[in-house]
Design a protein around this ligand. Structure first.
Ligand code: ZN
Length: 272
C-alpha cells in the first residue's frame, strides 16, 4: 500500500518534465499556472455550488429560480438566462484567489511536492473553505473523500503511522474544543433561559481536524490547530466587537466558519 501510494505521487512528480523542459521559459510557466488556476477556480466554484444542495456531482442550478444552467451558460454567462439573477461575487473572488495561489505555488512549492501533485489538495481545501463560509457546514461526503485523498499525502509525507497518529491527535484536540463549546452553549443557554443552537465548533470541524492531522502528522497538527483556533478566536472577538459597536449583534447566531483558520494554521506550519 505504502509503496503503491509512493509510486503514484512519484509518477505525478514526473509530469512537469513534459511541460517544463529547459527551453520552456519562466514566463510560459506563469501563463500555464494562470490557466490552471482558472480551471481550479472553476472546479471549486462548481463543487461549492452543487455539493451542499445535492451531495453529488449534479447539474448546477440557479440559486434564485432553481432552473438548471446549461454547460455554456454556466461557463460563460454571469447572469441566469431565466430570472436574470447575477452570479455572486464569490465566483470572482474564488477565481482570483485560485489563480494567485496557482502562480505562488510555482515559486513556493508545498512541502517538497511539485506543482501538479499539489493541485488536488488545493481544489479540496478550496472547496471546504467556500462551503464552510457560505453554509457554516463541513459535509460528511467531502470529509469521506477528503480522508482518502489526504491519507495519500499523509503517508507520502510521514509514513502510515505518522499520518494515523496525526489524525488521532487532530481528532482528540478538536473533540476537546467541541465538548467545551457544547458545555459553554449549555451554560449560556441556562443563564439566558433559552437553548442555543449555534456552537462555535461543529462536529464537522472535529472530523476536519482529523483530516488535517493526516496531512500534518503528530505533533505538528497540535501546533497547527492551536494557531488556527487562536487566530479564529481573535478574529471572532474583533467581529463581535464590530457587531456590538454597530448595534447589529444578535446573541450567538453570529458564529464564524472555523475551517479556513484551521487550514491557515496548517499551511503556515508547513512553510515555517
Ligand atoms: Zn435564475
Amino acid at each position: 500500500m505504502n509503496l503503491y501510494l509512493g509510486l503514484t505521487i512519484a509518477a505525478i512528480n514526473r509530469i512537469p518534465v513534459f511541460l517544463e523542459s529547459a527551453d520552456n521559459p519562466a514566463i510560459q510557466t506563469v501563463v500555464i499556472s494562470i490557466f490552471l488556476g482558472f480551471i481550479l477556480g472553476f472546479l471549486i466554484n462548481y463543487l461549492a455550488d452543487v455539493l451542499p444542495a445535492t451531495r453529488r456531482l449534479s447539474q448546477p442550478v440557479c440559486p434564485e429560480c432553481k432552473q438548471p444552467f446549461s454547460m455554456k451558460e454556466y461557463l460563460f454567462s454571469l447572469r441566469c438566462a431565466h430570472c436574470r439573477q447575477r452570479r455572486t461575487v464569490r465566483y470572482v473572488i474564488v477565481l482570483i484567489s485560485s489563480i494567485s495561489l496557482s502562480v505562488l505555488l510555482r515559486f513556493f512549492p508545498f512541502h517538497g511536492l511539485n506543482f501538479w501533485a499539489t493541485l488536488p489538495l488545493l481544489i479540496y481545501l478550496g472547496m471546504i473553505v467556500v462551503i464552510d463560509l457560505e453554509h457554516r457546514l463541513v459535509l460528511m461526503e467531502t470529509s469521506l473523500f477528503g480522508f482518502i485523498l489526504i491519507l495519500i499525502y499523509g503517508i507520502y509525507f510521514h509514513g502510515i503511522l505518522g499520518a494515523i497518529s496525526g489524525a488521532l491527535g487532530g481528532m482528540l484536540i478538536m473533540l476537546v474544543f467541541y465538548i467545551l463549546g457544547v458545555v459553554f452553549g449549555k451554560v449560556v443557554g441556562k443563564l439566558r433561559h433559552k437553548a442555543i443552537n449555534e456552537v462555535p465548533f461543529g462536529f464537522g470541524d472535529v472530523v476536519f481536524g482529523m483530516i488535517l492531522g493526516l496531512l500534518s502528522g503528530w505533533p505538528a497538527i497540535a501546533a497547527a490547530l492551536i494557531i488556527g483556533i487562536l487566530v479564529f478566536s481573535a478574529y471572532s472577538l474583533l467581529w463581535l466587537i464590530g457587531l456590538i459597536l454597530t448595534k447589529r449583534y444578535k446573541s450567538f447566531s453570529n458564529a464564524q466558519a472555523l475551517t479556513p483558520f484551521l487550514i491557515l494554521g496548517t499551511i503556515v506550519l508547513f512553510y515555517l
